[in-house]
Ligand binder design. Sequence first.
Ligand code: MG
Length: 174
Amino acid sequence: MFHCRIGHGYDLHRLEPHAPSGAGRPFVLGGIAFDHPTGPVGHSDGDAVLHAVTDALLGAIGEPDIGQLFPNDDPQHDGADSAVFVQEAIRRVRERGLRIGNIDITVVCERPKIGPRKAEMIDRVASLLGCEKSDVNLKGKTHEGVDAIGEGRAIEVHVVALLASAESSAKDHR
Ligand code: MG
């Protein structure tokens, strides 16, 4: 019988200049490096897209969230490539006989511009999840210059992920 689960993921990171004037890490989003004067403050590499994707997957299967699985006081994750969090989440998804149906990602930030790098981020996320690029959507929005996000002091990401039973082939549902 066809079975599906839905999950929502959300993440926000403060953005600061790089050292020595701030604590911003190199700006990495969706596994792609951006050349940008600020970067996320975080224990891992601060990749808000990969963190929200991880939480959407874990949420869909009712498992502990990213902060519980990978505590931010664990020195092992200091500066970690967030790909490892996504890989663990998708491993748990597959263990339950589920696969990615589709995933929809919304990035909210004033700068850098997301549009020109969108295809690279989609490629990277699809490759981490082992799904088709056409099953991953990503859009960038600004915060219209207001509040911390609009002032460039933070980046926010929302993700919705639909999981489907692995035995039903992808084309059955297109
Ligand atoms: Mg995070």
